[in-house]
Design a protein around this ligand. Structure first.
Ligand code: AMP
Ligand code: MG
Length: 352
């Protein structure tokens, strides 16, 4: 398939490119587009054949449901039923933005979009391009991250092009994703709210509006254990894994740097390609391997925005071993460490 690739100029897509994208979605095709979290791979959420194409292009397991993106919060009621007051309150405060709400679905939403579940995940993104595309294409676009399953989520158009060129109808280049981590997911389909995926809208921010909202147990630790089954089906797949063997070093930063330097020297001397995930503050302190800064320690937002691009960079140079510093698990840090730990298959070296 020939993929049309277009570029938005300073966040604005030309009228003719927007028309092309809209026509593709309406006729059941696939368009990758930028959002503030990561790039999404979109199809008409109410057309079962269209959403099946998403699974095929990504190589995504068919039981891993898609998030339905809307452009008008009123549309939530067209696709969900028994909507609790808490959902309206969260939508009011955090939409448009990086929050996905799980609700019981109406029949209009095909099971091929929800991975066979009776619930539907809904988000109203902030990105102008996303909103224009959604509202012009009928109001409901199913869009998981626009990567091949098993790759880190794409935060730049070149990531999408590398993964999906030739497999989708169109890719819209909207520059770097500003947030760089997937949306927070909260399940409001039963009486107790549960956070299924940490993200930029933190637990504290959610609880400030609706009261108690615990994390799904599965996201706090190693989730592949038999008795803890994640409620978001996607969380059970260890996606985001880089090609190389990633280990996270935890402890005070000076000791971590010493330990990583020692290990990187040893592995480099064996002739292996080593990558080091450092930060602006620490990158000058490493002596071996390919050192990449993920962001600034003092600025969690920059770390979230840089994480996936660095993981992809190390895939590009075929790093065989990657050593990473760890980050505080405060508000946004919880989301960052959740992604990093998954990418590392929970391989952590504790440095005393
Ligand atoms: P992605 O858009 O690639 O970040 O993937 C969407 C995430 O949302 C996956 O982890 C899914 O398992 C999760 N998700 C989507 N719909 C539902 C749902 N109805 N119930 C629980 N989790 C969902
Ligand atoms: Mg994804």
């Amino acid at each position: 398939m020939k993929t049309i690739i277009v570029e938005a100029d300073k966040g604005i897509l030309s009228e003719s490119d927007l028309n092309t994208a809209t026509n593709i979605i309406k006729s059941g095709g696939l368009v990758a587009f930028p959002t503030e979290t990561v790039y999404g791979l979109g199809a008409d959420a109410l057309n079962p054949e269209a959403s099946k194409k998403i699974y095929k292009a990504k190589g995504r397991p068919s039981d891993n449901p898609l998030i339905v993106h809307i452009a008008d919060s009123g549309n939530m009621e067209q696709i969900a039923r028994e909507i609790p007051d808490k959902a309206f309150r969260l939508a009011e405060v955090f939409w448009p933005g990086p929050l996905t709400i799980i609700l019981n679905k109406k029949d209009i939403v095909p099971f091929s979009t929800t991975g066979g579940l009776n619930t539907v995940a809904i988000r109203l993104p902030a990105s102008g391009i996303a909103k224009d595309l959604i509202s012009r294409s009928g109001g409901y676009i199913a869009a998981p991250s626009a990567n091949i399953s098993g790759k880190p989520s794409p935060t730049r158009a070149e990531h999408v092009i590398a993964d999906l060129s030739g497999k989708v109808d169109m890719i819209i280049d909207g520059g770097k994703s500003t947030l760089g981590l997937e949306s927070t997911i909260i399940d409001l389909s039963s009486d107790e709210p549960i956070i299924l995926r940490p993200g930029c809208i933190t637990k504290a921010m959610l609880e400030n509006i609706i009261g108690n909202a615990p994390y799904d147990k599965a996201i706090l630790g190693k989730i592949i254990e038999k008795d803890i089954k994640p409620k978001a089906p996607g969380m059970k797949y260890s996606h985001y894994a880089p090609e190389g063997c990633l280990t996270i070093y935890e402890g005070n930063i000076e000791s971590v740097i010493l330990a990583i330097n020692k290990k990187a020297k040893e592995i480099t001397e064996k002739g292996k390609t080593v990558g080091i995930i450092a930060t602006e503050e620490t990158k000058g302190l490493y002596r071996y391997g390919n050192i990449k800064s993920i962001g600034r320690r003092g600025d969690e937002d920059s770390i979230a925005a840089g994480l996936y691009a660095v993981l992809r960079d190390f895939d590009d140079i075929h790093a065989e071993y990657i050593f990473s510093e760890s980050f505080a698990r405060g508000d946004l840090g919880q989301a960052i460490m959740n992604r990093l730990l998954k990418a590392a298959g929970y391989r952590v070296e504790k440095i005393l």
